[in-house]
Ligand binder design. Structure first.
Ligand code: AVI
Length: 338
């Protein structure tokens, strides 16, 4: 596998979230001995999981990607011009993945200023490599400087040149996969890593409303007819079987979705269909499941207009501007570091 070119980085990383477990072994031991059982969503994203997530974004039920893309298709030039404020824009993307929708934003930046310096940050080296190769082939005016890092632990941004300012893309509603207090501290940490005048572009999936998006629309997005999301969820067990010598039988677990109204979030679980004991050799442990017991694998928070502005402002980002699709299902915010 090719390695990405090394970057000269400042020595002090900015820790945005301090999650205690660092390895799969520690994480799984802690999560499966907790009550209720839980595993964190970052475990989804090995190579197969990243491919499955790409397939999810193309599903008819998964409206998030489609709507966010339509907002960018209509408004990217305005967003990039506002972020640039007459200077050269440097585009940073956290949790970039395959950087697919980003191309609309990069194209708008390139139309505005010609050459664009693009700095995607992601844990997946393979996704970054693919994105870099594709951009080099298809958008030569974009100069890609990928950085393999977990932005929640280690966000180091290279200093800007004079006359340059950053826009940090945090799109795809990735913020929804953090608890609200984590989301707030992520934004605060991000603000600390930025200079005054830089900005954040944040994509947020919105909560259901009486006359718009229904709970059924939401649950369908996470429980698609083709079963791709179920496969994505179960891929976590496939990964534990392979990497920790576990013996999960995939047919004895079911993909389950719950809308939690009080917390305004979609929850994803894996439910044990029978009483069973799982052996995890690499951890030298057995895990007992009762029929109906679940492993909570993901939260996807859905925010209300107003909550996001408040969160941005208390993290030190001012003048938030907002774009929405005409049905009000999804919103994109641009706010400036003050
Ligand atoms: C990455 N993240 C924003 C997705 C979401 O919608 O919460 C992950 C996902 N989980 C199931 N489907 C998609």
């Amino acid at each position: 596998m090719a390695t990405l070119s090394a970057e000269i980085l400042p020595s002090d990383p900015c820790v945005l979230l301090d999650t205690s477990c660092t390895t799969i072994a520690e994480t799984v031991r802690e999560g499966l001995t907790a009550s209720p059982k839980t595993l964190p969503p970052w475990l989804f994203y090995d190579r197969d999981g990243s491919d499955l997530f790409d397939r999810i974004t193309q599903l008819p039920e998964y409206y998030l990607t489609r709507i966010e893309r339509s907002i960018f298709a209509a408004d990217a030039p305005e967003m990039m011009a506002l972020a640039a404020c007459g200077e050269k824009l440097r585009v940073v993307e956290i949790g970039a993945g395959s950087a697919d929708k980003t191309r609309l934003l990069l194209a708008a930046a390139a139309d505005m200023q010609g050459r664009v310096s693009y700095h995607p940050v992601d844990v997946s080296e393979s996704a970054l490599e693919e994105a870099k190769e594709r951009l080099q082939r298809e958008m030569p005016e974009i100069h890609c400087h990928p950085q393999v890092a977990d932005y929640t632990r280690d966000l180091r941004l290279t200093p800007c040149f004079d006359g340059e300012r950053r826009v940090v893309l945090f799109i795809g509603s990735s913020i929804g996969n953090f608890l609200p207090e984590e989301a707030s501290s992520l934004l605060r940490g991000l603000r600390l890593a930025l200079d005054r005048g830089d900005s954040i572009l944040l994509g947020v999936d919105l909560a259901p409303t009486a006359d718009g998006k229904s709970i059924a629309n939401l649950t369908a997005a996470y429980d698609d007819g083709a079963g791709v999301t179920a496969q994505f969820n179960k891929n976590m067990l496939v990964r534990l079987n392979r990497e920790l010598d576990a013996d999960f039988d995939l047919d004895s677990f079911a993909h389950r979705i719950r809308w939690n109204e009080d917390e305004s979030r979609i929850e994803m679980h894996l439910e044990s269909l029978i009483d069973q004991r799982i052996r995890i050799d690499a951890l030298d442990m057995n895990v007992e499941f009762a029929a109906g017991e679940t492993i909570h694998t993901e939260n996807s928070y859905k925010y209300r207009i107003g909550e996001v502005e408040k969160m941005l402002q208390s993290a030190g980002f001012g003048h938030p501007q907002r774009w929405r699709d005409e049905d009000g299902w999804f919103a994109v915010y641009l706010a400036q570091a003050e």
